[in-house]
Design a protein around this ligand. Structure first.
Ligand code: HEM
Length: 288
């Protein structure tokens, strides 16, 4: 039976993490270019053709579907390698299966998004399941770096690990309220798509408040971290603070300039970067 070196294993896990992040951008490209219903059917593109590249919209939608293939290949490789890895570790095998389940869930939800004419709940679920998938891939990547399983949640030297819980809750709230703003706003992916009937200003304000609370808590953690002699944690919190401030600046700029597509796209890249920075703070580093 072939065996896999730790280096190759880490490379494949890194590729899986990269691909589950990248598909969020290709999915966003579909929505922002109004290509969501470029293919009116699923898994076929439309009633007459399985693959249709006759217009820009069908092409973009199908590039996204094709990229789903790339993601699928990378997560299947992750599962196979986790079985071939010596020594085989149950935690890595389980986490790789988590990727498969997440991708299958996304294929089904993606189908529901199309078949329900871009239903806003389905759109929200699509983004949020991606965030869960990214978290799973991040833990797997981090754990692939050492020979021994580490604990999941970072342990703070000062014994204040419970402070990470409000950070997790607030940041999740910032992400969830963001998806509500998107499901209310003008960038559904098709002019005729059903939207939440909220006032955009109200949901954006709610999202802004969740973000401000999150940023305030990150500042609090950054101050605390400087007092503790935990250099790695301090650096992770500082990185998070920088990413959150950039993301907040993009958020306000897009809001006050009428949500232009280019800034909405940057905001999605920022949301994924923000979540990776959150994972970097919350999830224990491996010590090989
Ligand atoms: C840490 C800071 C922030 C994070 C993590 C964040 C996250 C998100 C997420 C996840 C989405 C949904 C993306 C999607 O479903 O495709 C979103 C949308 C949005 N956010 Fe933020 N956001 C942040 C800051 C802000 C701020 C300060 C504002 C200002 C009010 C803002 C305004 C918006 C708007 C207007 C949308 C909807 C854009 C659209 O039409 O699709 N965001 N945000």
């Amino acid at each position: 039976m072939p065996t896999v070196s730790q280096k190759s294993f880490r490379l494949v896990m890194g590729t899986a993490l990269g691909s589950v992040c990248l598909i969020v951008f290709t999915g966003a490209l579909v929505r922002l270019t109004g290509s969501g219903l470029g293919c009116s059917d699923w898994p076929r593109c439309n009633e007459t053709k399985f693959v249709d590249v006759s217009t820009g919209h069908t092409m973009i939608e199908q590039v996204n579907r094709l990229f789903t293939g790339v993601v699928s290949a990378s997560v299947i490789a992750a599962v196979l390698l986790s079985y071939f890895r010596k020594p085989r570790r149950a935690d890595l095998v389980k986490l790789s299966w988590g990727l498969i389940i997440g991708v299958l869930a996304q294929v089904v939800i993606g189908g529901i998004v199309v078949l329900t004419g871009l239903n806003p709940f389905a759109n929200m679920a699509h983004f949020l399941v991606s965030i869960i998938l990214i978290t799973n891939a991040f833990v797997l990547y981090r754990r692939s770096m050492s020979d021994a399983p580490s604990i999941y949640i970072r342990r703070l030297a000062s014994g204040s690990s419970s402070m990470l819980l409000p950070l997790a809750v607030l940041s999740a709230l910032a992400i969830v309220t963001g998806t509500v703003v998107t499901a209310t706003g003008p960038h559904a992916g098709d002019e005729d798509a059903v939207r939440f009937g909220f006032a955009l200003t109200s949901v954006a304000r709610l999202h802004g408040v969740a973000v401000m609370l999150t940023v305030a808590f990150i500042v609090f953690l950054a101050v605390k971290a400087r007092k503790w002699s935990d250099k790695r944690f301090s650096e992770a919190v500082q990185t998070l603070l920088i990413v959150a401030c950039f993301q907040g600046a993009i958020g306000y700029t897009q809001y006050f300039t009428g949500v232009p597509v280019i800034l909405v796209a940057a905001h999605i890249i920022g949301a994924v970067s923000f979540w990776l920075a959150i994972c970097n703070v919350l999830i224990e580093e491996s010590h090989s």
